[in-house]
Ligand binder design. Structure first.
Ligand SMILES: C[S@@+](CC[C@H](N)C(=O)[O-])C[C@H]1O[C@@H](n2cnc3c(N)ncnc32)[C@H](O)[C@@H]1O
Length: 327
């Protein structure tokens, strides 16, 4: 399958619009612009906000720029990795923002464009770089990594049960011509009974390689911290994650802001740490059945939202929230 137009259905779009319905007027950062679906919905729903979109994929920047051109100077974008969010805002002279959205992972356009090498479903170069100018592709990784290193990547980034068997099979088969050959090497390395359960047997390995090539789990906590630092009081951070590795990082960074007290459980707080974030919901929100039916890629999504309190860096300000706020 070769994608031409930028096809991507924004996931949980109504929920994102609702989450940002009452943030202060100002600037919303869409840190994962993609095709601009979420940005468009936000620009339409909030005439009092501008949107700055970030993406490291030039195809996304081009597609979103065209789609959002009707909004004129209410929309701007930068081709940059989202861990540089603070630098982007500094360059634009913006100190605080109303909200930040992260819709993590890859777009349907990236997955469906065989030449980008993200998909095990179609033969393409083993590439998987979101930023085509970055130095290391998935081919570079699998051509040179030792079995131990590959197995560690598959365990760390995808909890792959058969990591060592798959790593050994990949190393034994090198050089590997394309994504289709890689997918069949992976499938053959997995014991037949396990191959018959769940989805495509190469799903987890492709996910793990993509995460490694794009340094996704390293950049995420840096970017989330930068976003939280720039939120105005009552500003919100919303994150859509699609696998447990991402969601663990999101939950942990948010918990640092909502529950900063380091005192032993059951003892009165003496550390004086004040929440800088308030939880909007106690558990992550999942997409509804209808959305999962029409857009199966939404099925694994988890949406977490927090709101900035008035406190900054542990100082107690007037009107600090008690750690909860209305959804
Ligand atoms: C799931 S898509 C976003 C789709 C978008 N919300 C929409 O409505 O079309 C994720 C996008 O984030 C980009 N991305 C992922 N990690 C990134 C990072 N570290 N820095 C910048 N962009 C990133 C990808 O290139 C991709 O275009």
């Amino acid at each position: 399958m070769t994608a031409t137009a930028f096809d991507h259905d924004p996931v949980m779009c109504d929920e994102i619009v609702a989450a940002f319905a009452n943030v202060p007027a100002g600037v919303i950062v869409d840190a994962t612009l993609g095709g601009g679906g979420h940005s468009e919905a936000l620009l339409q729903s909030r005439p009092d906000v501008d949107v700055i979109g970030l993406d490291r994929d030039p195809a996304a920047i081009n597609a979103a720029s065209q789609r959002l051109a009707p909004f004129g100077d209410r929309f701007g974008c930068d081709r940059v990795s989202f861990d540089l969010l603070g630098d982007v805002l500094d360059r634009r002279g913006i100190s605080t923002v109303s909200a930040v959205l992260f819709d993590l992972g890859v777009s349907s356009h990236q997955l469906d464009t065989a030449a980008r090498g993200f998909s095990y479903r179609a033969a393409g170069p083993i590439d998987m770089r979101m930023d085509p100018d970055s130095t290391r592709s998935a081919a570079d990784l699998i051509d040179h990594a030792a079995v131990d290193e590959l197995a560690a990547i598959l365990r760390r980034n995808a909890d792959e049960r058969f990591a060592r068997r798959i790593a050994q099979a990949i190393v034994a088969a090198r050089p590997i011509a394309d994504t289709a050959e890689l997918a069949s090497i992976i499938a053959a390395a997995i014991p037949a009974p396990a191959r018959r359960t769940g989805g495509h047997p190469a799903t987890r390995t492709f996910q793990a390689l993509r995460i490694e090539v794009n340094r996704e789990l390293e950049q995420l906590p840096v970017a989330l911290d930068a976003a939280i630092t720039r939120l105005a009081p009552s500003g919100r951070l919303a994150v859509l994650s699609y696998h447990s590795g991402e969601d663990r990082i999101v939950a942990s960074v948010m918990r640092d802001g909502t529950d900063p007290c380091t005192c032993p459980t059951g003892y009165p707080c003496v550390c004086g740490a004040t929440p800088t974030l308030a939880r909007v919901r106690d558990v992550p929100k999942r997409p509804g059945a209808a959305e999962c039916h029409t857009n199966p890629r939404a099925s694994s999504a988890r949406l977490r939202v927090v709101e900035r309190t008035a406190a900054t860096n542990g100082q107690m300000d007037e009107g600090v929230s008690d750690g909860t706020c209305p959804a």
